[in-house]
Design a protein around this ligand. Structure first.
Ligand SMILES: O=C(O)CCC(=O)N[C@@H](C(=O)O)c1ccccc1
Length: 367
């Protein structure tokens, strides 16, 4: 397969409601899609970097720049394009895992469409539908939170994740437990705490949470290992896990009992599968995280979430959780599950009118 060129497409999608985390509030998604054109087929990639470097050091303008100046030219230099070789070709360039993941995803989608194979088949999916969790942002009041959680439970979501931060943690969790009983419940701190908060975070232990996600800063792996010894609630890592190598180190150090796998954060779906395999070999449950993906990234995430080690519901919500209209046929919850796409490649393609309606810029990178 030979690369003809890559189209960078910036899109702006309004969120159905503000989404507040410990690092800010989002009201729209400024995202970058890639259309990878080869002599055999076209493929789509989605870069999950946010508009600002608040979740990690990456941000969407930087991703567009590094793709334009370094990553796409590096692929153009190779003659026979093979998705499994992309990571090696891009390895000389440090970091920019979300940009690399988007490019690898587009090449993999083109390759699989040309071969008539699905992402699910390529990655090793064993289920044809996956149970879905939902991420609930920080709210202005407990009543507002309880209404939001009740709405999601009515929609059939299998698991609730509450965003927490200092000042919004024990009471919201207590309120949800008291109102909704033994619903599957977990919390996500997005690095908002320090080891000095250990005693306070242990106050979450009585609420039988599935996990507490990324309480400390990304690089504080040892701190997570220390914290884990003070908590009954299992520690799950997100931001800290950027590769199979970092997952192995975190597991060895006792920094996490569970891993949130986000393909964009770790450099792509193939590295995500390697992390899955490593975690399964170590008896560490994994689940698929989300980055407010459009239906393109959502399709690939649902395929990944169908691998055997994904034993916890992921943040693979329906399209309608975030968007009034998606750029693909929307993913709709069916009894708390999403169906794994079965078509070639991602199994979905952008809808022309919907994509045009949210497109803010298009750049063609000829090779
Ligand atoms: O359902 C989704 O797609 C979002 C799930 C979610 O909460 N993502 C969080 C996270 O920290 O995991 C996030 C949101 C926005 C930006 C980065 C990360």
């Amino acid at each position: 397969m030979n690369l003809t060129g890559v189209e960078l497409r910036r899109i702006a999608m309004p969120l159905v409601s503000p989404f507040r985390t410990s690092f800010g509030t989002q009201t729209s998604r400024d995202a970058l899609l890639l259309r990878v054109v080869t002599d055999k087929a076209e493929g789509w990639g989605e870069c999950v970097a946010m508009a600002d470097p608040l979740y990690s050091s990456e941000y969407v303008d930087a991703a567009a720049d590094v793709l334009t100046r370094f990553l796409v030219p590096a692929l153009a230099a190779s003659d026979a394009l093979d998705a499994h070789a992309v990571a090696g070709l891009l390895a000389p360039f440090k970091g920019h895992r979300m940009a690399k993941a988007a490019l690898e995803m587009g090449v993999l989608d083109a390759e699989l469409r040309a071969e008539g194979r699905s992402f699910a088949r390529e990655l090793g999916a064993v289920h044809d539908r996956v149970p879905c969790g939902v991420s609930v942002g920080i709210m202005d009041s407990i009543p507002e939170l309880l209404d939001a959680v009740g709405g999601y439970l009515d929609e059939g979501y299998a698991r609730i994740k509450l965003k927490i931060e200092p000042g919004w943690d024990v009471e919201p969790v207590r309120a949800v437990r008291e109102r909704y009983g033994d619903v599957l419940l977990q919390v996500d701190a997005n690095t908002a705490y320090t080891l000095a908060d250990a005693r306070h975070l242990a106050r979450l232990d009585p609420f039988d949470l599935l996990l507490i996600e990324q309480p400390l800063e990304e690089e504080d792996v040892l701190g997570h290992a220390d914290l884990a010894r003070h908590l009954r609630t299992p520690v799950c890592l997100d931001e800290s896990i950027v590769s199979a190598q970092s997952a192995a180190a975190a597991i060895r150090l006792g920094a996490c009992a569970i891993v949130n796998i986000k393909p964009g954060r770790v450099g792509g779906y193939l590295e995500a599968r390697r992390i899955h395999d490593l975690c399964v070999a170590n008896g560490v449950p994994v689940w698929c995280g989300g980055m407010l993906e459009t239906g393109l990234g959502r399709a690939a995430n649902v395929a990944l979430a169908a691998l055997p080690g994904f034993t916890l519901p992921g943040d693979t919500s329906a399209s309608g959780r975030y968007y009034r209209t998606d750029v693909t046929v929307p993913f709709v919850l069916d009894h708390g599950h999403l169906a794994v796409p079965t078509g070639p490649g991602l199994g979905v393609v952008p809808l022309e009118d919907e994509l045009a309606a949210v497109t803010t810029a298009t750049t063609w990178l000829a090779v």
